[in-house]
Design a protein around this ligand. Structure first.
Ligand SMILES: Nc1ncnc2c1ncn2[C@@H]1O[C@H](COP(=O)(O)OP(=O)(O)OP(=O)(O)O)[C@@H](O)[C@H]1O
Ligand SMILES: [Mg+2]
Length: 320
């Protein structure tokens, strides 16, 4: 297999604090990310996501472990590593508040040693894509929070480094802007132009954009797998029954009493029953109960849980 583009080995970060004692934020974490992969980093608050991202982009010095980015040693030679990596961190502090949108983009393009003329069309394209056209002469500090976030991502892209790190890129954005940014990232991911590691609390963002997910909890990796594999693993016991019409309250009660972990939702002309059936024999039992009650079964199938459900179950310690 090809050399990984990001290689993290036995990364540990301990924050030393006299008042609060030592905090092990990242605990012996190892993972590889290969060329043009788009990987999501998920985990509850305080899991260690930002610490991992900051370590890779050389802002933080790990307590121990190794980090390599595109062949450069990020700990021993951060300067070389910084030529390979761009990061957009929380609070988008990577942009200059007093520079205009255009000047910011030109500045970051110039940082890469590219002549302005050669990058002008890329800058124009980014201004267009990110909907910043009307704001090009505004100072970054005068933009709305969502616009600043988009500018921060655009400035990261204009640098054309092979690796892009995004810490919570859609945090605090309104629904529309979040969708827009997701769409931009998704297209970028599909074009396979960069290797991307992105952290997010928004499972939809990760499910939409990433092919693989690393879930961390208390500074340790609990899962590192392709999203489709996780869905298969967690779908093994989840079933979905669709029946015509609605259940009476007593039928509903009977089902909930007889079967654990059942969800019943009626909409329009149908009722959907989702059940967690660890014993597949139970599938037939549910069908029997439904028939006895005169329900017309329209479909039975495996249910593919969404990433949010998978995440909650992993973090709560199931399937481990
Ligand atoms: N500068 C610091 N000094 C001391 N402790 C810190 C520092 N930064 C982070 N921590 C602690 O390290 C742990 C991991 O924090 P980190 O910010 O990496 O988590 P996160 O997964 O990014 O969380 P969130 O989802 O809230 O952004 C937490 O317990 C946090 O309190
Ligand atoms: Mg964080």
């Amino acid at each position: 297999m090809a050399e990984p583009v990001i290689r993290v080995e036995n990364l540990t970060k301990i924050y030393r604090s006299r008042r609060r004692g030592d905090i092990v934020a990242v605990d012996n974490v190892s993972f590889n990310i290969y060329k043009n992969e788009v990987v999501g980093l998920l985990g509850p608050n305080g899991a260690g996501k930002t610490t991992i991202i900051k370590s890779i982009c050389t802002i933080l010095r790990p307590t121990s472990g190794e980090i390599w980015v595109d062949g450069a040693d990020a700990i021993k030679n951060p300067r070389a590593a910084l030529e390979k990596v761009t990061a957009v961190l929380e609070g988008n502090r990577n942009i200059y508040w007093r520079l205009t949108v255009k000047d910011n983009l030109e500045f970051f393009a110039g940082l890469q040693g590219q002549s302005l003329r050669s990058v002008q069309s890329h800058i124009d394209e980014l201004i267009e894509t990110f909907g910043l056209k009307e704001k090009i002469h505004e100072q970054a500090r005068a933009l709305s929070r969502g616009m600043q976030q988009k500018l921060a991502v655009a400035c990261a892209l204009v640098k054309r480094t092979p690796i892009l790190l995004l810490d919570e890129p859609t945090l605090g954005l309104d629904v529309e802007t979040s969708y827009e940014l997701r769409w931009i990232l998704k297209r970028m991911a599909e074009r396979g132009e960069r290797t991307i590691l992105l952290s997010s609390h928004d499972m939809n963002v990760v499910q939409d954009i990433c092919e693989r997910v690393i879930i961390i909890n208390h500074g340790k990796i609990v899962v590192d797998d392709r999203i489709e594999n996780l869905q298969k693993l967690f779908s093994a016991s989840a079933y979905r029954f669709e029946i015509a019409g609605h259940l009476s309250p007593s039928q509903e009660q009977k089902l909930t009493e007889q079967f654990d972990l059942i969800k019943i939702n009626a909409d329009g002309q149908h009722t959907v029953i989702e059940a967690e059936l660890l014993d597949s024999q139970k599938v037939y039992e549910i069908i029997d109960v439904l028939k006895e009650n005169g329900c017309r079964l329209e479909s039975v199938g495996k249910q593919y849980p969404d990433l949010e459900e998978i995440f909650l179950r992993i973090v709560k310690g199931e399937k481990q």
